[in-house]
Ligand binder design. Structure first.
Ligand code: EPU
Length: 337
């Protein structure tokens, strides 16, 4: 383990923002992590995982602990399921591919999501009709101050839409070191509820899809809409899809009969932020190297050398205009530092 100083973070965040960390250390086991915590008690800590859901707007004056703890463990059950535990530093998509390879069902709709396993519970990652809370069993964490180990069950995580206790009461308190999922080994619950998956399967004339078919459909949909962070910097959806009152929605629907929506319950309706941003005429727009993706307006992009502040300025322009036109406040999904 080497403690580096003034380390560039450009290759550690999928937006590709070039800021530095005053201190940086990579840990590849729980023991190394405990040692770093013990030896650096006085330093402020910043836990870095895949860097796929963050926008860095300034140099980080802290000790960055980059979690590179690998390993996957499995325990079969008496029924048709298996408990699979992945350590925090496993790449999410490689982990999903491993499960598909072994014919373990439950995560296939979450193919190709950037990032590492360790941060997946923080925002309850989700896509194409599935969230990790659907298969999540528990995660183990280490307390940054005391070094004590603890387990969080699904109930204790209090998962919501892109939300969990790790974003609120336990923000910056713990490092997640592993996550356990319960996956099916037979009788998979294939989820094709998301229209785009159904259409992709229809095009391929597949009527009884396998886990791999679902994964392939998701991969092709994602590739058609979302920019590959290794080619063009981004952090996926920049904003959450806003939830508005049913009465506000009825007002908007009168004015915009084609407005897409998902009914949550009698009082609440969720609106795709991508649609709002496209209506506000930002889709594909570019301001220097900062911009809005041309195929999915919910994704802000770094065309090369944009700073985090420049991306944040685009985000603020979007928030202001969407508020003015629709009276809707867009909240960021990406964590801003
Ligand atoms: N839309 C537009 N213009 C756009 C983009 C979207 O009009 O430029 C409208 C379309 O009507 C479309 C609807 O918005 O039918 C929904 O778009 P899409 O299916 O692309 O999904 P989304 O709501 O924009 C959410 C997640 C994504 C996830 C997809 C698929 C959030 C914040 N985002 O996006 O998650 O992949 O659904 O399930 O909930 C991420 O979190 O980083 C992410 C990519």
């Amino acid at each position: 383990m080497e403690l580096e100083e003034q380390k560039s973070l450009k290759s550690f965040n999928t937006f590709g923002i070039d800021v530095t960390a005053s201190f940086f250390v990579e840990v590849s086991s729980e023991d190394e992590l405990l040692q770093v915590l013990k030896e650096n008690q006085e330093k402020e800590k910043f836990i870095l995982s895949g860097g796929s859901n963050m926008l860095l707007t300034q140099n980080i004056d802290a000790l960055i602990i980059y979690i590179n703890i690998k390993g996957i463990d499995e325990k079969t059950t008496d029924t048709n399921t298996v408990f699979v535990t992945a350590n925090a530093g496993e790449n999410w998509h490689e982990f999903v591919s491993y499960c598909i390879e072994k014919n373990y069902g439950g995560l296939e709709n979450l193919s190709l999501i950037p990032g590492y396993v360790g941060s997946s519970p923080i925002q309850n990652i989700g896509a194409y009709g599935v969230e990790i809370k659907d298969t999540f069993v528990k995660c183990t964490v280490i307390d940054l101050k005391t070094g004590n180990k603890k387990t969080f069950t699904k109930d204790e995580c209090n998962f919501g839409y892109r939300n969990s206790v790790f974003k609120h009461e336990f923000k910056n308190k713990y490092v997640i070191t592993s996550v356990t999922f319960e996956l099916t080994t037979t009788n998979h619950k294939i989820n094709t509820s998301y229209g785009a998956i159904e259409n992709a399967l229809k095009d391929l004339k597949i009527s009884t899809p396998t886990l791999r078919d679902i994964s392939n459909a998701v991969i092709s949909i994602r590739k058609s809409k979302l920019p590959d962070p290794s080619i063009i910097g981004n952090s996926g959806s920049f904003f959450k899809n806003p939830i508005i009152s049913a009465s506000h929605f009825i007002e908007l629907q009168k004015k915009y009969p084609k407005i897409p929506y998902y009914t949550i319950n009698e009082q609440q309706t969720k609106i795709p932020a991508g649609w709002l941003i496209e209506q506000a005429d930002f889709k594909g727009k570019r301001y220097g190297d900062a911009g809005v993706h041309d195929k999915q307006a919910l994704v802000l992009v770094n065309h090369g050398n944009a700073s985090g502040k420049e991306i944040l300025e685009v985000a603020s322009m979007i928030q202001l205009k969407v508020k003015n036109i629709f009276d809707i406040k867009l909240e960021t999904e990406v964590n801003i530092f």
